[in-house]
Design a protein around this ligand. Structure first.
Ligand code: PLP
Length: 385
């Protein structure tokens, strides 16, 4: 029996480990597995590798190595940035935090917890296009505001937020600015200095490094309260024996992303225009979010009369993996909070499909996907009549 190659179009959920990343991390499992805190050779090798990785990660976002803290991923970095600032806020007698309505759950659920503990949270609207307005933020900041946390690129619709404007505004008002850049790091050039970013989260597995590693950027001068207490790792801020292989992998992945960004972006742009054009031809399909201000790798569509879940199942039978919002959302029947924030009804949010590409996505794969999808849609619509 012939089997169709697996076509993977859910890269905003996770990505495969690239060959280069796989190769650089292997020696740290079997040869240089020493504890980086140990003074013998294999420990020293590991410690040097982590030091080099820290410089590489810093270089990729125009930060200093002393501003990079390795973590277990995007969720931990988001939690850490928010809790750390919340502790400092309490000391200053402030309790107001500003965010957007469509952040990742790692941010939203952390803020919900703080809300229960007495913090006041303002959720900025994102409008139909899925972009916050700097003017809304300006109006929301009060004397009591100590933290603004707004994502760089949305993981379900790919829209890019006005980070530079937001950063400038926060700096001017003396408010700490955190951004979840998990979906931006694979695709956009990030400059933490130019963007006035104080805290920033990056995750390895969204850019071809393994799951379970990420980093928190914390600008020198911004107070960082330890989240994991214990040994002196990460300059006493995040205890626990370092994930040497993961850290080396993250650095290699960030360096590679930098190298490939320009080419990949323009290829994604062409593919994305083609996909949108073909999708519109299918009829009864609408594009969710802003068609201009987004990373071209992420697209989200709603279908007039078909559940996203049915599409996912039918596509899977053809060996094609796509997404319907975040992984947490797919597990239960709650419609995407991101699409709801755009003003879509629960129903329209359930009738959505997310396509997300990586640098490995080919024109051929997209063509197979489009052909299969249009046949699935036709069949499902016929069943309905
Ligand atoms: C995936 C993702 C996260 C979570 O990262 P993990 O490394 O899986 O914890 C956070 N924010 C955004 C925008 C994401 O896409």
């Amino acid at each position: 029996m012939m089997q169709c190659d697996k076509i993977y179009l859910d890269n905003a959920a996770t990505t495969k480990i690239s060959d280069e990343v796989f190769d650089v991390m292997l020696p740290y499992f079997k040869d240089f597995y020493g504890n980086p805190s140990s003074i013998y050779s294999s420990g020293r090798q590991a410690s040097i590798a982590i030091r080099d990785a820290r410089s590489q990660c810093a270089g990729a976002i125009n930060a200093e190595p002393s501003e990079i803290y390795f973590t277990s991923g995007g969720s931990e970095s988001d939690n850490w940035a928010i809790y750390s600032t919340a502790y400092s806020m309490l000391e200053k007698g402030k309790n107001h935090i500003v965010t957007s309505a469509f952040e990742h759950h790692a941010v939203l659920n952390t803020l919900k917890f703080l809300e229960k503990k007495g913090f006041r949270i303002t959720y900025l609207p994102v409008y139909r296009g899925g972009i916050v307005k700097a003017a809304d933020l300006k109006a929301a900041i009060t004397e009591n505001t100590a933290l603004v946390t707004i994502m760089y690129v949305n993981n379900e619709i790919g829209t890019i937020q006005p980070i530079k404007e937001i950063g400038a505004l926060c700096r001017e008002r003396g408010v700490v600015f955190h951004t979840d850049a998990v979906q931006a790091a694979p695709h956009l050039y990030i400059d933490v200095k130019k963007d006035n970013i104080d805290l920033m989260s990056v995750s390895g597995h969204k850019l071809h490094a393994p799951k379970g590693v990420g980093l928190l950027y914390c600008r020198n001068g911004v107070k960082l309260t330890p989240m994991v207490r214990g040994g002196g790792q990460e300059r006493g801020s995040r205890a626990g024996t370092e994930n040497t292989a993961g850290i080396v992998a993250l650095a290699e992945a960030m360096v590679n992303a930098e190298k490939n960004k320009k080419d990949v972006y323009s290829r994604h742009l062409k593919l994305s225009e083609y996909i949108i054009e073909e999708m519109m031809k299918m009829g009864g399909v609408s594009f969710n979010g802003d068609i201009e201000k987004r990373v071209p790798s992420i697209m989200n569509f709603s279908f007039d009369d078909i559940e996203g879940e049915s599409l996912l199942l039918q596509l899977d039978l053809k060996g094609i993996a796509a997404g319907s919002g975040s992984a947490c959302t797919s597990g239960n029947s709650e419609p995407s909070h991101v699409l709801r924030a755009l003003g879509l009804s629960c129903d329209a949010a359930r009738r959505s499909l997310r396509i997300s590409m990586s640098r490995y996505t080919t024109y051929n794969e997209i063509n197979i996907f489009l052909t299969e999808l249009s046949e699935i849609i036709k069949r499902l619509r016929e069943l309905r009549l």
